[in-house]
Design a protein around this ligand. Sequence first.
Ligand SMILES: [Zn+2]
Ligand SMILES: [Zn+2]
Length: 176
Amino acid sequence: MSNKKNCWTEKELEILKTLYPTGGCNAVREYIHRSENSIWQMVRRLGIKADKSVLSENAKKHNAEHDQHGENNPGWKGGISKNKYHYKKLQIERYPEKVQARNLLEQAVRCGKIKRLPCEVCGNPKTEAHHEDYSKPYDVHWLCRKHHNEIHKRMKREMRVIEVLGGYGVKGCAAV
Ligand SMILES: [Zn+2]
Ligand SMILES: [Zn+2]
């Protein structure tokens, strides 16, 4: 039996090391076409540790009655959200364009210049605005909380892949 199939390329290993800790097996499989088993084997062989959010993702799959406290709560932001003012200040310092775009849009919605629409994915009327480009504050996609989170998780992963692969191909959002 040939062993070639088991040989991982440097790039695959880089992607594994980068994505697995935060994205788990599913994130890795978006970029590496290998079976879940062979990914887990490699994770074990390299001793890659997943962080808590991934572990809790796995736990969720197996445990329907999993609780929503602390780190398992999707709204948890590393404890920062306890102090809203501090969190907002951090956001302004780190992402001035983002805050500006959000404020401009908020105002436009309040004035009725822009209409809030249902989620583009599932039709949920409770939506948040998603900016692809913060330099175009009125150019937004309306998404429910769930689908908005999903798109940002995905973007984060793609940004990491861009870093690993040296910056070609994937079109990312300026957002974090
Ligand atoms: Zn939705
Ligand atoms: Zn967004």
